[in-house]
Design a protein. Structure first.
Length: 201
């Protein structure tokens, strides 16, 4: 069974639960906006819309089923109140029960970035800016960039280019509060989606 089929099968039940909620009570908790009957989300700098019946992009086009599952999960798992702390930075491995998933996570994210952008730091920088990345000052890395997967889910990409002694190295960091909003599957989707954006032509 491919992943698209899995997400397509999971989505109707998740959507049904979301439709029963009053999202206007969750605006600050989720970091979303309400414009008339529409609820506006930003997913990696892309405006997405929920109209009470379904999710779509700003032009009305359908979304990747995995992204729809992430949006539903973000809503359904959200806390009752705005979190008082942004939390500390952690790797994916540090989330509870993430250990068995870490190898596959790395294969589908960091290793692809390492291979795709070795000796191409400027190309990576430009791709990051294109998708809403904020360049951070971090002397430990050749480039460090913060993205907003969702309003309450920042992701930091750290990258060191290859040199005479070491191959290129990439890593992703989340806030530990991300697990309040998304399960491990959806956290994985956010990083694999970002990786896909960065390597697309």
């Amino acid at each position: 069974m491919n992943n698209s089929k899995i997400f397509n099968e999971a989505y109707p039940e998740l959507l049904s639960k979301v439709k029963s909620m009053d999202l206007s009570q969750k605006l600050n908790i989720l970091g979303i906006q309400k414009q008339g009957p529409l609820f506006i989300f930003y997913f990696f700098n892309q405006q997405l819309v929920f109209d009470g019946d379904d999710f779509f992009d700003a032009k009305g086009a359908d979304l990747n089923p995995a992204v729809k599952v992430v949006l539903c999960t973000y809503i359904l798992m959200s806390p009752e109140n705005v979190l008082k702390s942004d939390g500390k930075l952690v790797t994916f491995r540090e989330f509870s029960d993430a250990g068995p998933l870490f190898s596959r996570f790395t294969e589908n994210t960091a290793k692809i970035i390492q291979t795709s952008f070795s000796n191409q730091v400027e190309a990576l920088r430009q791709k990051c800016l294109k998708f809403g990345g904020t360049i951070l000052t971090n002397q430990s890395y050749d480039i460090s960039v913060r993205f907003r997967a969702l309003p309450k889910i920042p992701i930091i990409l750290n990258f060191n280019d290859a040199d005479e002694l070491m191959p290129a190295n990439a890593g992703f960091l989340y806030r530990d509060t991300a697990a309040t909003y998304l399960d491990l599957q959806c956290l994985t989707i956010t990083c694999t989606y970002l990786t896909g954006l960065l390597i697309q032509n």
